[in-house]
Design a binder for this molecule. Structure first.
Ligand code: NDP
Length: 332
């Protein structure tokens, strides 16, 4: 069985030398554990934060130990009641081919209800992030104008579509390529979208939202955040989900220069973590699951094959190689 280890904490952009794919003996499950053959692995921007010793909300990955992350697999050995060989489970021991998982941390998933990879994306953690961040944290209301960055990614593409389905007056997205911008408008029903690499974000946002924005869902930080504050309407809310533009920064990034606009707009900025919002999970699965089944909510996945490409897939997320959720498939 092969698994990815972190060898050193990267400075700036992670380099292949910071990691190793290691061959280990097939692990054996102990009491209350199951052995899982992983089929789909998640790679997510937040993992960059665990490749650092800076204090955060999750502990750093330990060096020379398998890294962790969301994964879906098939149980191959189990003495645990209620979990049989052949069952599929969602768990947290990713970055490896076979995983020993504590039964209490394994969530059974149904491959007939939805494709297995979607439990990592549109019906999983990133989907709930979009749902909770938009509806609860930002307090989105019908008739409002919403701006979302990282809009062609896993979280962002769902934020924009949920806003439309819930009656947004106007939804604007930004993304890093013309193809992604086209997808947002032509397939996902965004009212406007722009390529942030093609011109100043503040100017492109003003053109796309001449009457301002009521909600900004921030996946990016940096000049996107400053632009959103600049276009914020009275009573506007900014939900800070992520700031991917600074995850590899080696110097503190400059803050928004226009925070004083929050006074005149009575604007509010609030960060959040999806982990605090799992009480919404049943409601999320019911509502979003129905939209996915009916085709009203569309999603894409970028699938990279093979455990040997797990690291490249992760680096690809940071570069923007993905459209929708980035998934590593070990099915082949
Ligand atoms: P995505 O699928 O959106 O992938 C990341 C995307 O970020 C890339 O595809 C790329 O798209 C974009 N990107 C990379 N660098 C930059 C940059 N410098 N400026 C602008 N865009 C950039 O990932 P997720 O949907 O999984 O995550 C989106 C955000 O949500 C991340 O910030 C993540 O950390 C955060 N998050 C937060 C959670 C929470 O609980 N708070 C939970 C889950 C995710 P492009 O081609 O458009 O540049």
């Amino acid at each position: 069985s092969r698994e990815w280890h972190l060898l050193s904490y990267p400075h700036g952009w992670p380099k292949p030398e910071d990691f190793a794919l290691r061959e280990v003996e097939l692990p054996q499950p102990g009491e209350g554990q199951v052995l899982v053959r992983n089929l789909f692995l998640s790679v997510d921007p937040y993992m960059r934060g665990r490749m650092s010793t800076a204090k955060s909300y999750v502990a750093p990955f330990e060096l020379n130990q398998p890294m962790q992350g969301g994964a879906v697999g098939r149980i191959v050995a189990s003495d645990v009641e209620g979990l049989e060989a052949g069952d599929h489970v969602l768990h947290f021991e990713g970055w490896r081919e076979y995983a020993v998982v504590d039964a209490k941390h394994a969530v059974k998933v149904d491959p007939d209800a939805a494709p297995l990879s979607t439990y990592l994306g549109v019906l999983g953690m990133t989907g709930l992030t979009a749902y909770a961040g938009l509806l609860r944290v930002a307090g989105f209301k019908e008739g409002e104008t919403v701006f979302v960055s990282g809009a062609a990614g896993a979280v962002g593409s769902q934020v924009g579509q949920i806003a439309k389905l819930k009656g947004a007056a106007r939804v604007i997205g930004s993304a890093g390529s013309d193809d992604k911008v086209k997808l947002l408008v032509e397939e996902y029903g965004f009212d406007a979208a722009f390529n942030y690499k093609k011109g100043p974000v503040s100017q492109q946002l003003r053109e796309a939202a001449p009457d301002g924005i009521d909600v900004y869902f921030d996946n990016v930080g940096g000049d996107h955040l400053e632009a959103a504050i600049g276009s914020l309407n009275r009573g506007g809310r900014i939900a800070v989900c992520g700031m991917i533009s600074v995850y590899n920064a080696t110097e503190p990034a400059p803050g928004p220069r226009n925070l004083a606009r929050l006074i005149q707009t009575r604007g509010r900025i609030e960060g959040f973590l999806v982990g605090d919002h799992y009480d919404l999970q049943p409601q999320f699965v019911q509502e979003v699951g129905a939209w996915v089944r009916s085709g009203e909510l569309k999603y894409r996945e970028t699938v990279v094959e093979g455990i040997e490409n797990n690291l490249e897939a992760f680096l690809g997320v940071l570069r923007g190689d993905n459209t929708g959720k980035m998934i590593v498939s070990l099915e082949g």
